[in-house]
Design a protein around this ligand. Structure first.
Ligand code: AKG
Length: 332
């Protein structure tokens, strides 16, 4: 974006999009300096903030991203023990996927910057300040250990489905969790992030920020043309953190929301929303998971059937486990 355009955008809208909530300490007692107020750079609406878990069912029905603010995650047993050191100790040997290089560090096309490495190696490169962003996709046993220390809110809890998969289909639970990146631990250096994309299964996603700050822009799929999606695939070409309005003029008509996630906050978004992230302060450490409500389950199964990593057995097992799970219902 040219400087003149940037100023015009900022002048007309920035005042609608300020963030003032912050939490002073990260998970595991990590010191954080997150006291300055954040400003939304462009024409984005602030992501809606809820103050209590009781507001979740109504928020899920809105089909828009939301943040459970303040110290929500601090009430989880994991808050006191989770840290990068802790995850390295618990999961250090597990192979993780990562990318290095300039922002957006993680681009969804297969690129030379992708590599696989033990989680401990990725953590160590991030600690050294290298521009590395990685994610460990957990298998069933790893995920179960992690989730013992989480209190995933009602409407986002996938435990009944995953437990059914493990009990009835054994290793298929691991295959499913790993190949669909279902439950993840993200670690990234300041200045890394993921390009604009939408997720390729019809799920909902939550992410709990443990240390560092992560900014997220999410754009309404009802106006998906305005983010310039690729014709076949899940990426979109706009960089919402520095939009080139000459190349992508229709982005001015987009309907996007923005938020700066602080340690202790949990964000939730529907997978249909295009989204882009940037780690903007300190080492960003987050845990995330997918969930399925009753009202999107049938759409989820269709997307699963069409997915490149799926097969008839996975489809049948998920159908069985979804049918036998008491999924939360929220109107869509
Ligand atoms: O947390 C991030 O940086 C990106 C996560 C994301 O885009 C995803 O899980 O689809």
């Amino acid at each position: 974006m040219t400087r003149a355009l940037a100023i015009a955008f900022a002048a007309c809208v920035a005042s609608t999009c300020s963030e003032s909530t912050f939490f002073a300490n990260g998970a595991g007692g990590a010191d954080q300096d997150v006291k300055d107020v954040q400003q939304c750079p462009y024409h984005y609406r602030p992501i809606r903030r809820l103050s209590a878990a009781s507001e979740i069912p109504a928020a899920l029905a809105e089909e828009e991203p939301f943040i459970l603010g303040g110290d929500f995650v601090a009430s989880w047993p994991g808050w006191k023990k989770w840290s990068l050191d802790y995850f390295v100790k618990e999961y250090g040997e597990s192979e993780s996927a990562a990318a290095d290089g300039e922002y957006p560090t993680i681009e969804l096309k297969m690129g030379a910057s992708y590599f696989k490495a033990p989680f401990s190696e990725i953590a160590s490169r991030v600690r050294k300040g290298e521009l590395v962003y990685g994610a460990l996709s957990l298998d069933y046993a790893e995920r179960s250990r992690l989730m013992e220390d989480a209190i995933v809110p009602p409407g986002m809890d996938d435990a009944p489905i995953m437990d059914c998969l493990k009990t009835k289909h054994g290793t298929m639970a691991d295959e499913f969790l790993k190949s669909f990146f279902w439950s993840q631990i993200f670690v990234g250096a300041e200045g890394t992030g993921m390009e604009m994309h939408k997720d390729n299964l019809r799920t909902e996603i939550w992410s709990a920020q443990l240390t560092g700050e992560k900014q997220l822009v999410a754009c309404n799929p009802r106006k998906s043309g305005t983010v310039y999606p690729e014709e076949y695939g899940d990426r979109a070409y706009v960089n919402a953190f520095d939009p080139d309005m000459k190349e992508f003029p229709n982005f001015a008509q987009s309907d996007c929301v923005w938020g700066a996630l602080q340690p202790g906050e949990l964000i939730h978004w529907p997978s249909t929303w295009y989204h882009q992230t940037k780690n903007t302060r300190g080492i960003s450490l987050a845990v995330s998971g997918m969930s399925i409500g009753r009202s999107i389950a049938s759409k989820f199964l269709v997307t699963l059937d069409n997915h490149i990593h799926s097969n008839d057995n996975i489809g049948a097992a998920l159908r069985e486990c979804i049918a036998s799970s008491d999924l939360p219902a929220y109107e869509k």
